[in-house]
Design a protein around this ligand. Structure first.
Ligand code: ACK
Length: 734
């Protein structure tokens, strides 16, 4: 044992490099009190004897706070796979951590923002108006949202990974760059409103353009009411940034709010500004002092009458009349909300026009056929081919467009129905609604020209890119659709055929609602089936009350939106799979609902179930859906909780008969039928040898069995779900 302990000491000395007190090169002793020398940590060295620390190799560094026993480290490599999601003037970026963290745990991210595409071709810093959520520097998570960007602007975002030694490295920054173009956004609120001349019956106001007009301001809307009388307010429109409001009561306080409108719609109202009219002069007789009050009441009365008469006569103004106050101003009065809410324009049904040609020309620009170059056919519509091409308008740059054509030999009704879509689309102006460029009606073929959406219809696009997007990207798509639908419902337009096949998606993954029409909307949809009452309805997408008694409302559009959510999260899966329409109607009526798609965040599935409430008044409104999705996007960790799919599958199977009694006699037969026969052996070896056992399979089990391809996981899980649906003739009971 003496020999043994001598050998141990000898071995220790060899390892620590200490010969008594002095460390050899390659070893160090941080303090003289240390009993032994330590080997230089990785990426450091000493060439001297008796070193108290080691030096870092080239390109490696040590922070002052790093202990001398810690390895030298280097800056991280660039973040990877950065993706962007643009929503109006907000951009959401997401990436995955760098492949090389430089040997440190303190990696964080920094976002550099550059505005590019100025005529000089140079990029410039974005400026301080851009806000970063949660922050620009020191980001710990791998995502960030930039808001308050400028509309229609090219930005480059550089995402740089940094760690505790990045500031010591003279090497070039390692970053990944993402180029995006923002969309049109509504103007920001007006912040400054000043009072000018004040008289007993009038107040003059002036204000400044909003800080971020995000486009050309078409007009301002001034809303005012007597303090504490908010239910009776007046709206005046003005193209200038000043106005004199007449017809006010003397010595009374009025509240004013102003907002701007651009092609993207209205911005938010300014805060409330309170101004008081001056008192009646002492000389005025009491009779005289009554005049303005009567005058106001009369004005309101006359205008209300005009509203009603105008509405009855024309049937077009839908709830408001224009009473010219000034060539530049329009005035509208509202009382107790009985007349249409202020602000948004209302959709005008082209049917109300006796001459449909007039409707088209009111809402759509006529384009000369010579401005259009047709390049290729991209699909078939009910009325003729759909092509892609280019549009070159005088004084503008050429840009890509989609062109719907009306086939030769059409009837007058077909032409009217075809152009009906343009009359509807032309009334909308929103970043999530397909934009109409114009129509060709003066030459043949008759055409409808719209913006071009590079990725085509959403259902096909998702099927082609199964499993390729992050949850945030999917939620971004859904947010866009909800925002477009909010706009439509605010306009009083009910879509009736909202489905992923009727959403188009562009190269920035911006989704836009399309396929507008009159009665023909549903004629043209291959999904629409005739009901017993003779209507044609896309059953799987339609709310029960709309199927049963044709109650189509924005609330029934919300139901369809829930189905679109399900389609999106399941990458274009067919709702209710191959169940027949009759079975779908029955199951839904009995309270069954579609089960959660694979890997579906619980918050999204809950929102789907909310959209599928039987009572249409209990469904969320589109503005609530938009806010909810915004919240989820701002707080991505809220999307991490997934629905526990396995518990649901087994619950249903406990309640109902086992799968084995279904179509397949063996696991092998089933897997062969769904072209997954390659997994038969693995299933059998792991105890899934009967259909009853297979019924218990969860996604985690599949992963454990080595089914790692998302497409295969999906195929197997969907098949299980489908069998389950056939068995229970329904889905998830509410
Ligand atoms: O899935 P898709 O490629 O996208 O096939 C259909 C086809 O035309 C028939 O509707 C495509 N399509 C329709 N409108 C547009 C558009 N504005 N931009 C690009 N593709 C479009 C649609």
């Amino acid at each position: 044992t003496d020999d043994q302990s001598r050998m141990n000491i000898c071995w220790k000395n060899l390892v620590s490099g200490s010969s008594l007190a002095v460390c050899r090169p390659g070893f160090f002793k941080a303090s003289p009190q240390s009993p032994s020398c330590s080997k230089c940590p990785p990426h450091s060295y000493t060439h001297e004897e008796a070193s108290t620390s080691c030096l870092c190799e080239e390109h490696y560094f040590r922070r002052e706070s790093d202990p001398p026993t810690m390895a030298c480290t280097r800056p991280p490599s660039a973040p990877r796979n950065a993706i962007s999601n643009v929503n109006e003037t907000s951009v959401f970026l997401e990436w995955i951590p760098p492949a090389d963290t430089g040997g440190r745990k303190d990696v964080s991210y920094y976002i550099a923002c550059k505005k590019c595409g100025s005529p000089s071709g140079l990029c410039e810093a974005c400026g301080s108006h851009v806000r970063y959520l949660p922050q620009q520097i020191g980001l710990k998570n791998t995502s960030v949202m930039m808001v308050d960007l400028l509309a229609h602007t090219n930005y480059t975002f550089e995402i740089e990974a940094v760690n505790g030694v990045s500031d010591q490295s003279p090497a070039a920054r390692q970053y990944v760059a993402v180029n995006v173009t923002t969309n049109q956004a509504a103007p920001s609120p007006i912040s400054i409103v000043k009072k000018g001349k004040i008289a007993k019956n009038s107040i003059s106001l002036s204000w400044q353009e909003p800080d971020r007009p995000n486009g050309i301001i078409l007009e301002y809307e001034i809303k005012y009411f007597e303090k504490d009388q908010e239910t009776s307010y007046t709206i005046i429109k003005s193209k200038k940034t000043k106005i004199t409001v007449n017809g006010l009561k003397p010595a009374s306080t009025y509240i004013f709010q102003i907002r701007a409108r651009t092609a993207a719609g209205y911005g938010g109202f300014s805060r409330r500004f309170e101004f008081e009219t001056s008192p009646v002069s002492v000389a005025a007789s009491s009779d005289q002092s009554q005049i303005p009050i009567i005058a106001v009441s009369v004005t309101v009365g006359v205008i209300l009458l005009a509203v009603v008469i105008g509405f009855l006569l024309s049937g077009r103004r839908c709830g408001y009349s224009k009473a010219k106050q000034d060539p530049e101003e329009e005035k509208m009065h509202f009382h107790n909300g009985h007349i249409k809410l202020p602000g948004l324009r209302t959709y005008i049904d082209p049917h109300t026009y006796e001459d449909p040609n007039q409707a088209v020309h009111e809402f759509a620009k006529e384009i000369e056929a010579s401005c259009i170059t047709i390049e290729r056919v991209i699909g078939a519509g009910e009325f003729g081919e759909v092509c892609s091409g280019r549009l070159k308008l005088p004084g503008k740059r050429e840009f890509p467009v989609a062109i719907k054509t009306l086939k030769v030999g059409y009837t007058e009704k077909q032409r009217r129905d075809f152009l009906g879509e343009a009359s509807i689309m032309g009334q909308f102006d929103h970043p999530n609604i397909i934009h109409l460029e114009g129509v060709v009606t003066k030459s043949k073929p008759v055409m409808i020209v719209t913006e071009y959406m590079e990725n085509g219809s959403l259902d096909t696009f998702l099927k082609k890119n199964d499993g390729q997007f992050t949850v945030i990207q999917l939620v971004g798509m859904l947010r866009g659709i909800a925002s477009g639908m909010k706009y439509l419902s605010d306009m009083g337009y009910v879509h009736r055929d909202l489905a992923a096949r009727n959403i188009l998606i562009n190269s920035n993954l911006v989704c836009k609602v399309s396929d507008f029409g009159l009665s023909r909307v549903l004629e043209d949809d291959p999904e629409a089936a005739y009901t017993t009452r003779g209507g044609k309805i896309p059953i799987r997408w339609t709310a029960p009350e709309a199927i049963a008694f044709r109650k189509f409302t924005s609330a029934s559009d919300v139901w369809s939106y829930g189905i679109v959510m399900w389609e999106v999260v399941s990458y274009g899966e067919r709702p209710y799979w191959e169940m027949t329409n009759q079975d779908v109607i029955k199951a839904v009526e009995e309270g069954y609902r579609l089960p959660n798609p694979m890997d579906c965040p619980a918050a999204l599935y809950q929102l789907m179930l909310d959209c599928w409430q039987k009572d249409r008044n209990s469904r969320p409104k589109f503005d609530e859906i938009v806010s909810m999705l915004d919240k989820l996007i701002r707080n991505p960790s809220s999307l991490k909780t997934l629905v526990n799919a396995s518990s649901r599958v087994s619950n249903l199977l406990v309640e109902h008969s086992p799968l084995g009694s279904g179509a397949y006699r063996s696991v092998g037969e089933w897997l062969e039928a769904i072209k997954m026969g390659r997994y038969t052996e693995i299933f059998m070896e792991n105890g899934y040898s009967s259909m009853d056992a297979v019924a218990q399979v969860t996604l985690e089990d599949l992963r454990r069995l080595g089914v790692t391809l998302v497409g295969h996981q999906k195929k197997i899980m969907s098949s299980l779900q489908e069998m389950k649906v056939q068995l229970v003739n329904g889905m998830v009971p509410l």
